[in-house]
Design a protein around this ligand. Sequence first.
Ligand code: KIV
Length: 272
Amino acid sequence: MSIAKKEYKRVTVKSLIEMKQNGEKISMLTAYDFSMAKIVDSANVDVILVGDSASNVMAGHETTLPITLDQMIYHASSVVRAAKRALIVVDIPFGSYQSDSKEALRSAIRIMKESGAHAIKVEGGVEIKDSVKRILQAGIPVMGHLGLTPQSIYKFGTYTVRAKEEAEAEKLKEDAKFLEKVGCFGIVLEKIPANLAKEVADSVSIPVIGIGAGGGVDGQVLVVHDLLGMTHEFNPRFLRRYLNLYDEMGKAIGQYVADVKSKDFPNTNESY
Ligand code: KIV
């Protein structure tokens, strides 16, 4: 089923701005491997995010901090080979852009050159201005990420809603304006009050994609494993599960084990 206002052969950063202007909501979803990216792309998701949440859902780490640039490039290359329509955005991982802008540019170039992806995403605002500007100057599209920024989890101490206080909300609004002004093509807002997210989306010309940021923004992003219910311990209020694959897959695999043990599998039709 497609409810898009316009068909796109390949979604580009320009298409996203057009969607915002046309009032068409943008769908964004993570993928980290070839098989999942093929399904996500076939379902007409506009943007595939090769998120550093791969650190959690693919590698089992508690945070996004351990994933490396090489590992992100590996995940991104697999997604690029699968996705024919979606714009592919890759998280630039923790430790590969914060120390100086030259290192940030080198990391961004490696992602673009070695994976074939179309854009990168950075966490933070004014404090990483030199890196953002330098990457943009090289012609690499950049998406910002504000609000709950998981790479700074040890600074926050918790994964609770951000920017509830006036000072933090003001800083977030300034950061969003800064990202728009320097030329970012979009911003992810994670886990902030819905009215603040709407205010930000209304105040900038670039698309604002929310996760736990309410319905007043220009699009939504979720982690695909959460949407499909492959994860079951993570239950934030913002998450809508469309399937319960953790149980469904467990049942199917359990049945396979039983069939092997009982010698039901393989039968004669399944043998040569
Ligand atoms: O890494 C990720 O999956 C993300 C989304 C939560 C926006 O950054």
